[in-house]
Design a protein around this ligand. Structure first.
Ligand SMILES: Nc1ncnc2c1ncn2[C@@H]1O[C@H](COP(=O)(O)OP(=O)(O)OP(=O)(O)O)[C@@H](O)[C@H]1O
Ligand SMILES: [Mg+2]
Length: 236
C-alpha cells in the first residue's frame, strides 16, 4: 500500500521521469518501493536493467512488463508487501491503463503547460471518471505540471491552471521543472544524488525540486488515504 499510477494517454508528458524520480526520492528516505513498468518501451525497467548490468545497486524493486491479464494480481501482491508501489504506464489509453487505475490509490497525470497537453490531460481525467463509474469508487488524482520553466510562468501555464481549477481537477502543489538533471538520470543510469557536476548542471536546484515534489505526492496520498500512508514521508 499505496499504489501510485502515472498516467496520461498523451506520449512524452513526463510519466517515466516523474515515476522514476518519485521512486528514487522515496527509496532515499528509506521507503521500500516497487516500480512497475507497464510500458512496452520499458524506460524505467531499462534504467534498472542498465544498472544491474553495470553491477550498480538498484534502490527499488523493478518489476518489468506485467501482462494485461496479470497486472491486477501483480499490483495486489506488491501492495500487500511494499509501502509504496509506483506504476509507470504507456502513453496511450489502454486496458492496461484501466486495470492499473482500478488498483491505484492516487493517479498522477503529468502534463506540460501547452494547450495540446491540457486537452490530453482532460482526456485522462475523463477516462478516470469512466473507471470510477465502472468500479463505483473514487480514484483520487492529481495533475502534475512537468517541464515548466522555473523562472517564468507562461501565459499558457496560467490559463491552463485556471481552467483546471475551474474544472475541479486538483493539481500537485509543486511542478517538476525542466532540468537537465532529470534527463541525465536516464542518460547516465544514475540517481540524482549520484550525478556529477560534469554530467549535469543545476544539481542542487533539481534535488530541491525532486524533494518538494515527492513531499507533495505523499501529502496528496495522506490527504486522500489518511494516516495509513507510510511514515517515510515525515523525513521529506
Ligand atoms: N522535468 C523534466 N526536465 C527535463 N526533461 C524532461 C523532464 N520530464 C521529462 N523530460 C524529458 O522529456 C522526454 C519525455 O519524458 P518521459 O519519457 O518521462 O515521458 P513519458 O510521458 O513517460 O513518455 P511516454 O508516453 O513515451 O512513455 C524525455 O526525453 C525526458 O528526458
Ligand atoms: Mg514513459
Amino acid at each position: 500500500m499505496p499504489v501510485i499510477a502515472f498516467a496520461n494517454p498523451k506520449g512524452g508528458t513526463g510519466k517515466s521521469t516523474s515515476a522514476l524520480i518519485l521512486a528514487l526520492e522515496l527509496a532515499h528516505r528509506g521507503g521500500k518501493v516497487a516500480l512497475v513498468d507497464c510500458d512496452p518501451n520499458q524506460v524505467t525497467a531499462g534504467w534498472a536493467d542498465a544498472r544491474r548490468e553495470a553491477g550498480e545497486s538498484i534502490p527499488f524493486t523493478a518489476i518489468p512488463n506485467p501482462g494485461e491479464g496479470d497486472v491486477i494480481d501483480v499490483l495486489d501482491d506488491l501492495a500487500a508487501e511494499y509501502p509504496f508501489v509506483i506504476v509507470d504506464l504507456e502513453g496511450t489509453a489502454s486496458l492496461m491503463m484501466s486495470r492499473a487505475m482500478s488498483r491505484s490509490d492516487l493517479t498522477v497525470i503529468p502534463m506540460q503547460a501547452s494547450p495540446v497537453d491540457a486537452k490530453q490531460a482532460a482526456r485522462a481525467v475523463a477516462l478516470i471518471r469512466v473507471e470510477e463509474k465502472t468500479l463505483r469508487r473514487r480514484i483520487p488524482m492529481r495533475i502534475l505540471m512537468t517541464r515548466n520553466n522555473p523562472a517564468i510562468k507562461t501565459r499558457d501555464e496560467k490559463a491552463i491552471v485556471q481552467q483546471l481549477n475551474a474544472a475541479g481537477v486538483p493539481m500537485l502543489d509543486v511542478p517538476l521543472h525542466e532540468r537537465a538533471a532529470f534527463r541525465a538520470i536516464f542518460a547516465f543510469n544514475k540517481t540524482l544524488r549520484e550525478l556529477t557536476t560534469k554530467e549535469s548542471a543545476g544539481l542542487p536546484k533539481a534535488l530541491e525540486n525532486a524533494e518538494g515534489y515527492a513531499y507533495y505526492v505523499i501529502k496528496a496520498l495522506k490527504d486522500e488515504m489518511g494516516e495509513t500512508t507510510s511514515d517515510t514521508s515525515k523525513a521529506a
